[in-house]
Design a protein around this ligand. Structure first.
Ligand SMILES: C[S@@+](CC[C@H](N)C(=O)[O-])C[C@H]1O[C@@H](n2cnc3c(N)ncnc32)[C@H](O)[C@@H]1O
Length: 520
């Protein structure tokens, strides 16, 4: 057997802890990367960030990053994919019309909300539908994947299923780019927070163990234009439902948007009746119904006159990462945290700091993405119960998936001891103890040098903090430091004294929030 280090590149010797007090040189990590005239990446000599006021190294409760175990491998193909992403984001912001805010009609379901930022796909109360837009221009076919760096040879696709995928509203372009990277899919917006694309069964498996931006996938069984409620019944009854469902308890969730003389409950009821009738006509069996905890969940969307019926493939939402053991008061949703890293264009060879990290969702997502760990290794997918899917094959593929061991330079800074403890608990649960440091630091005072600063800022509802003062002092530290780009999520973007280069408006529970991008 050959030397594994030779195959994986140079192993970094672990830096002694007191060595962290010295500035790191061109061959070390921690500085901001810069491009030379020949385009090669080199490390700029970083500033003495650990010796600056506000940064208390002795009180840092983190263990130093175990660099000995990690191997750093720059990934040019991955970098290319990120450059494409960045281009996409700029296009996205420039071409999408602002979303007019108006209240939705009666009967619209507020789907899957919880305390985390953003809503789980579905309906966004208080916002109107964003016009559907074909995002496929951004998705270069045959492109390398962002996460694996492997090049897709476009396989002959048997478009066995039309899929819907839910994601964070306002960040559909990020999810569409991921779908393109992972399975070469050409996704467009079905409605806010929901994408549609053609795929095959293998794609369903791959997305379920690799996607970091999606919440759930659904297979479309009926799609068409309707004028009245009975058209909903007729479309469902004519659909492929009898072939797609097992003889198991099912339930229907209706979501409606637009001006109709009936409610989403009426839609769900008509779909349910048509499903029972169609299944009985085809098989002679009456399907059992369970509205509380069905084995098979049907999603019925009526958006204006477009009716789409889909069967859930996922089960528990993919955003519910199993490492979230210790809950922050105001946690950011894991898929949103990962999307922010994508917006930043962060790559695993760049330094990353979250200066107000809370329970460290952003650093954890970064470390998991860099190691290519499966985000939901615990998932029992709903498609296991459906005809046409092979759950065993899915589990084999997932178990055979190999992780990487890059050297990482990620720091989670947090002022409060309670949340640093939470961050440590979650870091361990995620299995990325070596992936990032957890450090006590006050963002108003601590100096900051990093390629990327990605953070979910406090927004003041619970903290009562003077946000203008906090954001102002934090931005002063960014200006003084050596920072490549900032990506920040807040409900009060106007209090950040910067001119963002890009801004994504997203729902934040029932509030409006924005992700802003700034290059100091
Ligand atoms: C919105 S929360 C971040 C939540 C985190 N994204 C998560 O998922 O757990 C903002 C965090 O910033 C911290 N914070 C507030 N002011 C700070 C300061 N001046 N320096 C460092 N951290 C601060 C708060 O304690 C809180 O944990």
């Amino acid at each position: 057997m050959g030397d594994p280090s030779a195959a994986r590149g140079r192993l970094h010797a672990r830096r002694p802890r007191d060595d962290l007090l010295r500035p790191r040189g061109a061959d070390g990590r921690g500085g901001r990367s810069a491009r030379g005239a020949d385009g090669a990446t080199e490390r700029r000599r970083p500033r003495h960030r650990r010796l600056r006021p506000g940064y208390d190294e002795r009180r840092a409760d983190a263990r130093p990053v175990h660099r000995g175990r990690h191997v750093h491998r720059p990934n040019r193909r991955r970098d290319d994919a990120h450059r494409r992403y960045r281009l996409l984001h700029r296009l996205d912001v420039q071409t999408l019309d602002p979303v007019p805010v108006r209240h939705l009609g009666r009967g619209v379901r507020d789907e899957g909300r919880d305390r985390e930022h953003g809503a789980e796909g579905g309906v966004d109360l208080g916002r109107a539908r964003r016009p559907a837009r074909d995002l496929s221009v951004a998705a270069t076919r045959g492109a390398p994947t962002a996460q694996s760096g492997r090049v897709f040879v476009r396989r002959h696709r048997i478009a066995a299923v039309k899929l819907l995928a839910t994601t964070n509203g306002g960040l559909e372009s990020i999810a569409a780019a991921e779908i393109c990277d992972l399975v070469d899919g050409d996704a467009s917006v079905h409605h806010r927070g929901v994408l549609e694309f053609d795929a095959d069964v293998e794609d369903v498996y791959e997305l379920h163990y690799r996607s970091r931006t999606l919440h759930r996938l659904m297979a479309v069984v009926a799609d068409g234009t309707v004028a009245e409620l009975e058209d909903v019944y007729a479309l469902t009854a004519r659909s492929s439902i009898p072939d797609r469902l097992p003889n198991e308890e099912f339930g229907v969730v209706g979501t409606r948007h637009g001006s109709h003389e009936f409610t989403s409950v009426d839609v769900a009821e008509r779909v349910g009746q048509a499903t029972i009738d169609a299944y009985r006509d085809a098989t002679g069996t009456r399907l059992p119904v369970d509205l509380d905890d069905p084995t098979v969940r049907l999603e019925a969307y009526l958006y204006d006159d477009r009716f789409t019926l889909a069967v859930d493939l996922t089960g528990e939402s993919l955003h519910k990462r199993p490492y979230r053991i210790c809950e922050h008061d105001a946690p950011v949703r894991a898929t949103l945290a990962y999307s922010m890293l994508e917006i930043a264009g962060w790559t695993s060879d760049e330094s990353l700091v979250d200066p107000m990290a809370g329970s460290a969702t952003i650093p954890t997502e970064a470390a998991l993405a860099a190691t290519e760990a499966v985000p939901r290794p615990d998932l029992d997918p709903a498609f296991d119960a459906l005809p046409g899917y092979d759950g065993e094959r899915f589990r084999r593929l997932r178990d055979d998936h190999t992780e990487k061991s890059p050297t990482l330079d990620i720091e989670a800074r947090e002022k409060r001891k309670r949340w640093r403890h939470c961050a440590r608990v979650n870091r361990e649960a995620a299995g990325v103890e070596d992936g990032f440091e957890i450090v006590e630091a006050d963002a108003r005072e601590a100096s900051i040098d990093a390629d990327c600063v990605v953070s979910n800022l406090p927004f003041g509802i619970r903290t009562g903090t003077d946000l203008r003062e906090l954001y102002g002092a934090f931005v002063d530290r960014l200006r003084e430091g050596d920072v490549g780009r900032l990506v920040a999520l807040t409900t009060k973007p106007n209090l950040i004294p910067i001119e963002p280069t890009v801004r994504y408006d997203i729902p934040y529970g029932r509030l409006d929030a924005a992700i802003v991008v700034w290059e100091p």
